[in-house]
Design a protein around this ligand. Structure first.
Ligand SMILES: [Cu+2]
Length: 174
């Protein structure tokens, strides 16, 4: 969460959890959330390349460790990001696009111009079967002409960027 104004504000987070009561091993599979970053296994923050307004950053491939399903996936970018793609063995399986602006996601910048930040990302909710040994890659697409980078606090240049996918994976157990 980023406050683009200098005034402190109080915010609240609410969470809604849907669940099925009980356990049925003939029906249920263990699922967990994984984070795939364009930076690979290092910290997901990166410094944007200098001098390039448009750039793509591609992760090293990650090997799927076991058979299962990618149940859902959603990207996470910082301002400047246009979208992030998830590829399975080189085939596009999710193109998560950044949506800018809207209520609570727009302000007037220090330069007096309108500023719109990323308010949401499109998500993919159709399960994709995967096999052990499959390779997944992420490609973050940035265009800072279209959407300027956020500045670091106190005017110290551009803030760090990110290009990650949150992938909900279920291991195949039956
Ligand atoms: Cu981030």
């Amino acid at each position: 969460m980023v406050n683009y104004n200098s005034d402190a504000i109080q915010t609240y987070i609410t969470t809604e959890i849907e669940y099925l009561p009980g356990e049925d091993k003939t029906r249920d599979m263990d699922a967990s959330m994984s984070l795939l970053s364009v930076t690979g296994c290092t910290t997901p923050n990166f410094i944007p390349p200098t001098g390039a307004a448009r750039y793509n950053l591609t992760s090293p491939p990650t090997t799927i460790p076991m058979d299962g399903y990618i149940l859902s996936s959603i990207g996470h970018l910082h301002d400047g990001g246009v979208g992030i793609q998830l590829e399975l063995n080189g085939r596009l399986i999710c193109d998560s696009k950044a949506i800018y602006g809207g209520a609570g996601s727009e302000t007037i910048g220090a330069d007096g111009k309108k500023w719109a930040t990323i308010s949401s990302m499109t998500e993919c909710n159709d399960p994709v079967p995967v096999k052990a040994g499959d390779k997944v890659t992420t490609v973050a697409v940035y265009d800072t002409d279209l959407h300027p980078l956020r500045h670091a606090a106190h005017g110290h240049g551009d803030a760090e960027s990110m290009g990650v996918f949150f992938v909900n994976f279920a291991a195949k157990t039956h």
